[in-house]
Write a protein that binds this ligand. Structure first.
Ligand SMILES: Cc1cc2nc3c(=O)[nH]c(=O)nc-3n(C[C@H](O)[C@H](O)[C@H](O)COP(=O)(O)OP(=O)(O)OC[C@H]3O[C@@H](n4cnc5c(N)ncnc54)[C@H](O)[C@@H]3O)c2cc1C
Length: 366
């Protein structure tokens, strides 16, 4: 089987997941079904499969691109290799991608989902236990730490609904039921983490997992987010996380820590334009969400103060380019580091007049 996937420039993740799952395959991507494949891919693309199979860009084989001068080209390692490099992390700066060609990996159709929920006051202990667990994670497992207000969902006990707390999410992708590698992590969580308020562990279709959080992230929400990465959960970082999570106002606001290592870190630093760095890390997303504009200023202030406090404990001051807002433009150089100048040179070749500028913009060199 060739395991090649061709995806149109306007497709959503849920479209791609539905089509690939018909063949027991998936392209490693993000975690929300209504995210666009294009924007997510061009900035990197991370989700449940990243530890196992790398970023979305690590699985990109080629792209068809409409350039600023109207020309249409195919970019891959043979044709326009500089453009192909830049597309893998450099965002929407270089042209309009009308088709992506990906290598897919065998996944599901059933995966294992495990959610363990802990009280707010146990935050520091949960983070310490996670720090000890991460180095022992099997390679096929996705692992996230999430600070979240428990939703009024059927799998959440009534007395825990609407309570702010810390969750550990474990996704097993071996395809076996039960999933031996995920079970191993579940056992460790049960044995070494604080007393949990509830757990919810179940096999589910990969396509359901990929749309599980869509409702909480519905289109039309007012949002403000920032990100940074920490190499590990040091005591000072834990202190900041525990303190600032407790200060969020909107029940919808959430903090995600994605564990990135394994296949993510097996890719050479300069193989793509990705701005994040490839050493093992936790990428922290601070996401302020409000159903209306009136609630947004409080969430924005929360995100900004949280980010300021966490930055001294982070790997550099760069940010995941897909989590940047307009006021993060000054962080682009820090995000791309040594790659920035090469990106600006490539921009000068493919878009010298900066036609594509409504993005995390890299102006053309010169
Ligand atoms: C609810 C939510 C959940 C998310 N979850 C994840 C996650 O799990 N993992 C992750 O990695 N990221 C995640 N993200 C971040 C996401 O990757 C970025 O928001 C990304 O920009 C979304 O792309 P889009 O195509 O949906 O958005 P759009 O707003 O359509 O596009 C964003 C930018 O991408 C560029 N672009 C879009 N389409 C094209 C194209 N065809 N050709 C060239 N450039 C193009 C343009 O510069 C555009 O400004 C999430 C974001 C949200 C809002």
């Amino acid at each position: 089987m060739a395991r090649r996937v061709r995806v149109g420039g306007g497709a959503l993740l849920r479209d791609m997941d539905a089509a690939t799952q018909e063949h027991g395959l998936a392209v490693p991507a993000g975690e929300i079904g209504h995210t666009g494949v294009a924007g997510l891919t061009l900035g990197g693309g991370m989700g449940w499969l990243t530890r196992r199979a790398g970023l979305t860009i690590d699985n990109l084989l080629a792209a068809q691109v409409v350039l600023a001068d109207g020309g249409v080209v195919r970019a891959d390692t043979e044709e326009h290799p500089d453009l192909f490099w830049a597309l893998r992390g450099g965002g929407g700066n270089f042209g309009i991608v009308t088709e992506f060609e990906f290598a897919a990996v065998p996944v599901g159709p059933i995966v294992s989902f495990g959610l363990f929920f802990f009280g707010l006051d146990d935050g520091a202990a949960v983070l310490r236990a996670a720090r000890e667990t991460i180095p022992h994670l099997p390679p096929t497992v996705g692992f996230q730490i999430i600070a979240v207000t428990a939703p009024p969902a059927p799998f959440v006990p009534a007395e825990v609904q609407h309570r702010l707390g810390w969750a550990i999410a474990v996704v097993g992708t071996t395809g076996s039921t039960p999933d031996p590698e995920a079970e191993q992590v579940h056992e460790r969580v049960r044995a070494t983490f604080p007393e949990r308020l509830f757990e919810f562990c179940t096999p589910m279709p990969f396509t359901a997992l990929q749309q599980m959080f869509d409702e909480g992230n519905a289109w039309g929400m007012h949002a403000y987010d920032k990100s940074c990465s920490v190499a590990t959960l040091t005591e000072p970082a834990i202190e900041v996380l525990a303190e600032h999570v407790a200060r969020k106002v909107s029940p919808m606001s959430v903090v995600h820590l994605y564990t990135l290592d394994g296949a993510y870190s097996a890719v050479a630093e300069d193989a793509t334009a990705f701005g994040g760095g490839r050493s093992p890390r936790l990428t922290v997303f601070l996401i302020g969400l409000s159903p209306d504009g009136a609630g947004l200023p409080a969430e924005r202030a929360w995100v900004r103060a949280f980010h300021r406090a966490l930055l001294p404990h982070a790997i550099g001051t760069g940010m995941y380019v897909n989590a940047m807002t307009a006021d993060d433009a000054d962080r682009l150089r820090a995000t791309y580091g040594d790659k920035y100048d090469r990106l600006a040179e490539i921009k000068a070749v493919y878009d010298p007049a900066n036609l594509f500028h409504r993005n995390a913009n890299i102006p053309p060199a010169g």
